[in-house]
Write a protein that binds this ligand. Structure first.
Ligand code: AMP
Length: 286
């Protein structure tokens, strides 16, 4: 049996900086993949993409409390550091940064990064404060790791646009790459939160991806945005989703509202809905 791949884990910003400094002084480029752990094939596809673009890849595993609302699943969020480390090592990741909450937010920490505009609609409305938490922790992680390239998933499409905006606005010296959404065979977007689904809910869940696919095809065929959105809402409800935060067709980069007529130019369809207690999000380009 071949020995299991291993990965070095660092927990302090100082140790992370020392490793990255050593790589850079050897002339190596650095890619970074920020995650909240509970890793799956989607996360690993980001690591593999980063490896094609940088000599060394580091992944952070940090369940960031500031991006969870008071009634959200911060405590319940799945955590398994040993498994995450094994998966990262197997994907060829070179270093795992797993800081504590106290390392990331020492007493007295008082700065929040907010991105206006693109972070306001959709999840910005449904999850007040979420994107400020994301923008703050991503700004910190990018400053801590100082990567040349950072990879984020299109699965969290609005988050990707928020991060692109903040990197441009703050002149952060990093290239942001978006990676396509990894899906299960039945089309369900992979997510750490899929672990919350019961067997019955897991069987209902692919309806969200199917509604996006049908909407994308209809829009491509020249259908009106208002009709497509109404049809998708009805389909998702009929599939057993209990509350639908949104199913909307938006501009692909600024997420401005499109419609009510047929789309012109590049659009993104974004949705968030609950199956039981589990909130699922997904999106698709047109
Ligand atoms: P998370 O750990 O859920 O915060 O996600 C960490 C990174 O992985 C983010 O950039 C996500 O967009 C990305 N990601 C999560 N799920 C997927 C997926 N199914 N396909 C591609 N990327 C994903």
């Amino acid at each position: 049996m071949s020995p299991k791949a291993e990965i070095e884990i660092v927990r302090s910003v100082a140790d992370l900086r020392a490793r990255v400094r050593a790589w850079k002084s050897a002339g190596l480029t650095v890619g970074m993949v920020p995650t909240m752990g509970a890793l799956h094939e989607g996360h690993l596809s980001l690591v593999r993409l980063a490896k094609t673009r940088a000599d060394r890849v580091l992944a952070s595993v940090f369940v960031n409390p500031t991006q969870f609302g008071p009634n959200e699943d911060f405590d319940a969020y799945p955590r398994d550091e040993g498994r995450d480390a094994e998966l990262l090592a197997g994907a060829g990741c070179d270093l795992m940064f797993a800081p504590t909450v106290a390392e990331m937010y020492p007493p007295g920490a008082s700065t929040t990064v907010t991105v206006a505009g693109v972070s306001e609609p959709l999840d910005g409305q449904a999850r007040p404060g979420h994107f400020a938490g994301v923008a703050t922790v991503v700004s910190k992680l990018l400053n801590q790791g100082q990567p040349d390239v950072a990879v984020f998933g299109e699965k969290d499409y609005q988050q990707l646009q928020v991060i692109k905006r903040l990197v441009a606005d703050l002149d952060l010296p990093v290239e942001v790459l978006g990676a396509p959404t990894a899906r299960a065979e039945d089309g369900l977007a992979l997510s750490s939160r899929n672990a919350y689904l019961s067997d019955a809910e897991r069987a209902q869940a692919p309806a969200l991806g199917r509604a996006l696919k049908a909407a994308a095809a209809a829009l491509k065929g020249g259908a009106r945005v208002d009709a497509v959105e109404a049809e998708a809402l009805a389909a998702i409800q009929a599939a057993g989703f209990s509350s639908i935060d949104y199913f909307e067709v938006r501009g692909a980069s600024d997420l401005s509202r499109l419609g009510p007529g047929p789309i012109v130019g590049e659009a993104r369809i974004l949705t968030a809905a609950r199956l039981g207690k589990t909130r699922l999000i997904d999106n698709m380009g047109v």
